[in-house]
Design a protein around this ligand. Structure first.
Ligand code: CP
Ligand code: NVA
Length: 344
């Protein structure tokens, strides 16, 4: 008799590249399944009685909310530990914090700065650690994003996603690598100074050889967005960064507006707009107003017109953060029957 094991059991989820393409595909399909269960009021309390720490060194609306609701639906108890409410960093090292939290909690979410911090946490916690965003990677966002594309198009292989904007941030790097794992042609369309580094491009190329994806990094907008099914953008200045002046100068020509959407020349039914959020699409935020006063811009990475257009899928994408995070936690911590995940 064939024996099955849960290949996810006990593993941390720090970056998509640490998993196989088949495992990432499995998590996407599992997310879609969990979304269905929730929509139909079918119970899925795979983490009954577990305690989960949510450690945030940066602010968050979606990731925090998604973890809290996912924990509740799975029967687990979430505990939020904010930046200024723990000893971490100021009076206690990551190693010591990991040992303490790991002795009390069954799983830990961590949002922070350097990726090596979350790696250190995972090394010493002894329980699964889930990366809720670092400067380098945003993997829970990827499961939700590619889940959203699968929901819209029914498949992933052969689709083209053009990320237009700051191509060396956590979201762009993650899209490039994860898309290449899934057979999606990811185009990073950014000025040369803001493109993903060679190491990240090499990881994407390695996966692309396995899946047939055709990744592209270019500063040419027309060539980069041609035939895209998804136009994706993110903020020009990420959390922990401050150089607005330089970014506004470099990225102004890369704003996602209706002309750029039309430049894809894609059938409108086969084209969507995505954004991990939060977004600067008007002046209804503190930063939005400051940038307006300083540089005269009323919109930044995306115009309000595109944000509210028929192409807009960013709120479905945001809602999908919850089942995606639920799938990641349940697979790695739940007592689930998951047959061995095979390539192809
Ligand atoms: N997309 C995302 O991670 O949003 P938050 O920063 O609100 O969690
Ligand atoms: N690149 C953004 C993503 C926010 C979800 C940041 O790191 O601020």
């Amino acid at each position: 008799m064939e024996t099955f094991q849960n290949v996810f059991q006990g593993r941390s989820f720090l970056a998509c590249k640490d998993f196989t393409p088949a495992e990432i595909s499995y998590l996407i399909d599992f997310s879609l399944h969990l979304k269905y269960l929730k929509q139909h009021n079918l119970p899925h309390r795979y983490l009954e009685g577990k305690a989960i720490a949510l450690l945030f060194e940066k602010t968050s609306t979606r990731t925090r909310s998604a973890f809290v609701v996912a924990c509740n639906d799975l029967g687990a108890h979430p505990e939020f530990l904010g930046a200024d409410s723990t000893q971490l960093g100021k009076k206690e090292s990551i190693e010591d914090t990991a040992k303490v939290l790991g002795s009390m909690f069954d799983g830990i979410e961590y949002r922070g700065f350097a990726h090596r911090d979350v790696e250190m946490l995972a090394k010493y916690a002894g329980v699964p650690v889930w990366n809720g965003l670092t400067t380098e990677w945003h993997p829970t966002q990827m499961i939700a994003d590619y889940m959203t594309m699968k929901e819209k198009f029914g498949h992933l292989q052969g689709l083209t996603l053009a990320f237009v904007g700051d191509g060396h941030n956590n979201v762009a790097r993650s899209l490039l690598v994860c898309g290449s794992m899934l057979g999606v042609n990811v185009h990073i369309v950014s000025p040369a100074a803001l493109q993903p580094d060679q190491e990240v491009q090499a990881i994407a190329e390695k996966f692309a050889k396995q899946t047939g994806a055709k990744p592209l990094v270019t500063d040419q907008i027309q060539a980069g967005v041609a035939c895209a099914n998804v136009i994706y953008t993110d903020v020009w200045v990420s959390m922990g960064e401050h150089d607005w002046e330089e970014r506004v100068k470099l990225l102004r020509p890369y704003q996602v507006n209706m002309d750029l959407m039309k430049a894809t020349e894609t059938d409108p039914d086969k084209l969507i707009f995505m954004h991990c959020l939060p977004a600067f699409h008007d002046t209804n935020t503190q930063y939005g107003q400051e940038i307006h006063e300083k540089y005269g811009l009323t919109e930044m990475e995306v115009t309000d017109e595109v944000f509210r257009s028929k192409y807009a899928w960013q709120f479905t994408e945001a809602a999908n953060r919850m089942p995606a995070i639920k799938a990641i936690m349940a697979a790695t911590l739940g007592n689930l029957f998951i047959p061995t995940v095979n390539e192809n």
